[in-house]
Design a protein around this ligand. Structure first.
Ligand code: FUL
Length: 515
């Protein structure tokens, strides 16, 4: 694909990228599995559940779900004003993190066991942490480093140096652009060329790829920012679009150009999961880091504006994926979709740093880990840099202690050398060779075959008879179960007592914690 060729990204079909010749240039995601299966109100309950059993994650979602622990870094003008939601008219010169050390962030996150980190490249205030051609509300207007600073570059370089994947938070709501009459200005969607070159644009004549996409004035602004962030900072593995409006009055509504934004992300960052207000990752529904007791990665979705799909049932539903939940959602559902949950929570009460707040305890973080990763979701833990541009020492220590604690929760898989037998009908038995005390169980389905387990028991052979040690609903990508007390047994078995289709168990691990 010559770089100078102009492409039209067919907005409504993020996976179909067609060159101007009309010849399919390439598919962003070839041979997609059944990521989204249409449903109708006429489907019988049996048909509906059969469809749910056929939904599969994309490669991108598989990679994302395997990360388990990811980090958030909320950093921006709010760090200096003490606000959680900015105003968009802050003096950019307040942003002066004179001791910025993103390597320190990266080391702390690595030592905490985090595999990906997402930086607020732009929060609702519209202040950007990188050098943008499309706004002055950003590091360019701070006297810090003479306006030449680029926190996003420094962050991305440091994360990669320490083996951590890079994610970006780009707030759809933008108070600064609202103040400038761009956001929610009522402009019509029309075809825009992205990037839209500015006067004296350094990209002029460089033959950078350019795209034509439908957008409003503000939609085009977002596209240009996405273009900058996704072409100049190396590979990005998660793009986080939140759903909040910030301080913008609720009646000032900008109908976001989701289809065009998604299409551009797919084109420029094909490995990036688009989270929360995106098709790949579902907000779990609270900001406490808590997945549901039985969390499903297959849920019912309906179509929204401009190519956005979202959950059918309310975000705070206690159950989004059981048979009952799918049937309840069916009348309003367009499809069943693989939509794994992300559990976002801050290590401190606020998302941004506030000097008077303290990080959560190791016990609290461990509890969150059991209720997020332990329930098949991905944890997104926010650790906010302070006014110096450093992660506070207390938080750095806490991250390390948290990792050490979870390692002590599941120190050694006692089934390593066990004799394992599968009866082919949903029961896996392990013989440990001698009686061993167990108080933690880690299970996983091979989700390449979908999520199928609806009910299971783990039993231990105690005194010659099988005794239930744990009994739950879903397994999914991960299920980590603490037992109320250690159980000593030589033979253990996992019995799947209800499933939607053939079950593929990837992991049945037994542990004795050292806590
Ligand atoms: C929300 C925002 O309003 C909060 O400020 C924070 O960034 C949270 C993670 O997402 O939508």
């Amino acid at each position: 694909m010559p770089l100078t060729r102009r492409h039209v990204l067919l907005a409504a079909t993020a996976t179909a990228v067609v060159a101007t010749t009309g010849v399919p240039a390439f598919a962003a995601t070839p041979a997609e599995p059944h990521f989204r299966i249409p449903v109708s109100p006429d489907d019988s309950p049996g048909e509906l559940i059969a469809k749910a059993s056929r939904v599969r994650p994309t490669e991108r979602q598989l990679a994302w779900q395997s990360l388990e622990k990811t980090a958030f870094l909320h950093f921006g003008v709010n760090t200096f004003t003490g606000l959680e939601w900015g105003t968009g008219d802050e003096d950019p010169d307040i942003f002066r993190p004179t001791g910025l050390d993103t390597d320190q962030w990266a080391r702390a996150l690595r030592d905490g066991g985090f595999k990906l980190a997402i930086l607020t490249a732009k929060h609702h205030d519209g202040f950007v942490l990188y050098q943008s051609r499309y706004t002055k509300h950003g590091v360019v207007s701070s006297s810090w480093r003479g306006g030449d600073a680029d926190v996003l570059r420094s962050f991305a370089d440091s994360m990669r140096k320490y083996g951590i994947k890079v994610g970006v938070y780009i707030s759809p709501a933008d108070e600064n652009q609202y103040a400038h009459g761009v956001y929610a200005n009522g402009s019509k969607r029309s075809t825009r060329t992205v990037p839209t070159l500015v006067d004296g644009d350094d990209r002029t004549g460089r033959g950078v790829p350019s795209y034509e996409l439908d957008a409003t004035d503000y939609g085009a602004h977002m596209l240009n920012q996405l273009y900058e962030v996704l072409t100049e900072y190396g590979p990005v593995d998660e793009v986080w679009f939140d759903g909040a409006q910030g301080r913008i009055p609720p009646d000032k509504v900008e109908k976001y150009d989701w289809d065009s934004w998604y299409a551009l992300v797919r084109e420029l960052a094909p490995d990036a999961s688009i989270a929360v207000s995106g098709p790949d990752v579902r907000w779990v529904g609270n900001e406490d880091g808590m997945a549901r007791e039985n969390e499903w990665s297959v849920i019912a979705v309906k179509q929204g504006d401009n190519g956005k799909y979202g959950r059918v049932l309310p975000y705070n539903s206690a159950d989004e994926g059981s048979r009952e939940a799918l049937l309840k959602a069916q009348p309003n559902a367009a499809a069943l979709q693989w939509f794994p949950a992300e559990c976002d929570v801050s290590i401190r009460p606020g998302w941004f740093y506030h000097a008077d707040q303290q990080p959560k305890s190791v016990a609290q973080l461990t509890d969150i880990w059991y209720r997020s990763v332990g329930r098949g979701a991905v944890l997104l833990l926010n650790v906010p840099p302070d006014t110096n541009g450093l992660l506070p020492a207390a938080d750095v220590a806490r991250l390390r202690e948290f990792r050490e604690r979870t390692e002590r929760e599941l120190p050694v898989d006692l089934t390593r050398d066990a004799r394992v037998t599968d009866d082919g009908a949903g029961t896996r038995t392990v013989d440990l060779g001698r009686p061993l005390a167990v108080d933690r169980i880690r299970l996983a389905e091979d989700i390449r075959h979908g999520q199928q387990v609806e009910h299971f028991v783990v039993e231990a052979e105690v005194g010659g008879s099988w005794t239930v040690a744990a009994e739950h609903g879903t397994v999914g990508a991960t299920r980590i179960l603490p037992l109320p007390a250690p159980v000593t047994a030589r033979r253990w078995r996992l019995r799947v007592t209800q499933a939607r289709a053939a079950v593929h168990i990837r992991e049945f691990g037994l542990y004795k914690s050292q806590v």
